[in-house]
Structure formats: C-alpha cells, structure tokens
Design a protein around this ligand. Structure first.
Ligand SMILES: N[C@@H](CCC(=O)N[C@@H](CS)C(=O)NCC(=O)O)C(=O)O
Length: 231
C-alpha cells in the first residue's frame, strides 16, 4: 500500500476506463496500477476472491470492487455525491442501467467482430497491456481466434447488425435522450454521462474508434465530456 489510493486496471478494460474517467473528472490524485492480464488473480489476491479489474484500494486499506457501485462510492466519498445528484432519480437509474447494459455489450463486437478487426485488436492489446515477454507474443496470436471465433462472432450474429451500426443506433438513442442540453446531467455531466463516456473511451486506443467518430452528435457530446476532465 502506498500513500495514494490505488486503482488496479487493465489498460484496455472498459470498466477500468469508467473509473479512470470518473477520477479524472473529479480530479482526484491516485496511483494507477496496470496489472498483468495473466496474473490478475495473484496481483488482486487482496480483493477477497473478486479477481477482476477495476479494483480500488484506499490508503486505509479499504477495498472497493465492481465499477458502477465503486463509482457511486467514490463520488459520495470524494465529490460530495455531486455526480449522483439528480432531480429525477428514476430517469438517472434507468439510464445508468441502460448504459451499463448496452454500451458494455457493444464494445466486444466493434473490437473483435471481424476477423481482421480482431487480429488488429489483439495485436494492439498485446502492446498496451503489461504481459510478460512470451505471453505478449502468445496473446497476439492465440487471443484473436478466441476473441473473434468464440466470443464476438456469435454476439454479432445474434444482434444482426454490423458493429458500427449497433454503436450508431445506441448513440442515436443516447443523444435523443439528452436532447437540447449539453449532457444527460444537464449543464454538466452526471454519473450516467461519465459511465457512457468511459465505455466509449475504452475504444479510443483502437483504430475502430474512427467508426464511432463518424457519429457527429455522439462525438460532440463525447468531446464535451472530455473537456471536463482535469488531467
Ligand atoms: N462487473 C464488473 C466487471 C469487471 C470485469 O469483467 N473486468 C474484466 C476485464 S474488462 C476482468 O477483470 N476479467 C478477468 C476475469 O474475469 O478473470 C465491473 O463492472 O467492474
């Protein structure tokens, strides 16, 4: 344990991006610990069997897990609960659930939904994550048939839409709900904006992000949220 709170992450994990976005938005000083994807269990042994990133460890040893509850707790503890404040709690909760459900499901298809796409993504993941020397090479080659062939292909097939179309449909629905104001939260982002932004931002290290950038309104909102980050 250090003298700063720590956030254990994988660089390419969408849930980790939600937390990083929240912490940058509220401007909290913390240490980022990038775990080795093949050593998660060992490196997160203190998480009491959770063994998934992100995990938060405070300087007093308090451990928080699971991205959405974790974001709520950190907002309450370090940001006077401002991001969860809402004049319409039912709408906030409904859309937080909507974002968690739909944006989460859309990340794998866009990154791994095509054979070439999956190969590009796993090569990039192998560079961005802290693998060991051999596991980096092994993942770049062995990871993509697994991600594409076993996980992504069936999801794309089941949905029936091209991954880009899926994202554009979601962004249409999202922007429609936001309406004429700048953010879901009104004049400033609230928890739902930050969660949605985090999922979208997790695509940004990959070339497939350009397919999201084609959505003009969605990107205008994305850029407005990005401008509120303090780092
Ligand atoms: N519900 C969790 C999901 C976290 C999650 O699935 N993280 C992935 C990386 S994106 C992970 O750590 N997987 C490792 C494993 O399941 O062994 C959250 O929102 O934090």
């Amino acid at each position: 344990m250090g003298n700063k709170p720590e956030l254990f992450i994988l660089h390419t994990c969408p849930f980790s991006w939600k937390l990083r976005s929240l912490l940058q938005h509220i401007g909290l000083d913390y240490e980022e610990v990038q775990v080795n994807p093949l050593r998660i269990k060992k490196q997160l042994a203190f998480s009491d069997g959770w063994n998934k990133v992100p995990v938060w460890r405070d300087t007093d040893g308090t451990v928080l897990v699971d991205s959405t509850p974790m974001m709520k707790e950190l907002d309450a503890k370090y940001n006077s609960g401002k991001l969860m404040k809402s004049g319409d709690e039912a709408r906030r909760d409904e859309w937080l659930e909507w974002v968690d459900e739909h944006f989460k499901r859309a990340t794998i298809p866009i990154l791994y939904g095509g054979l070439f796409s999956a190969l590009k993504t796993t090569t990039r993941v192998s560079k961005l994550e802290k693998f060991g020397f051999f596991s980096k090479r092994m993942y770049a080659w062995a990871g993509f048939p697994i991600m594409w062939g076993i996980i992504a292909r069936s999801r794309v097939k089941k949905d029936g839409r091209k991954p880009k179309q899926l994202w554009h449909d979601l962004l249409n629905e999202w922007c429609e709900e936001i309406g004429a104001v700048d953010f879901f939260g009104g004049n400033s982002p609230n928890m739902v904006d930050i969660a949605a932004f985090g999922y979208m931002r997790s695509i940004s290290p990959f070339s497939q992000f350009s397919q999201l950038q084609d959505h003009e309104k969605g990107m205008a909102w994305y850029n407005r949220v990005e401008a509120t980050l303090k780092v």
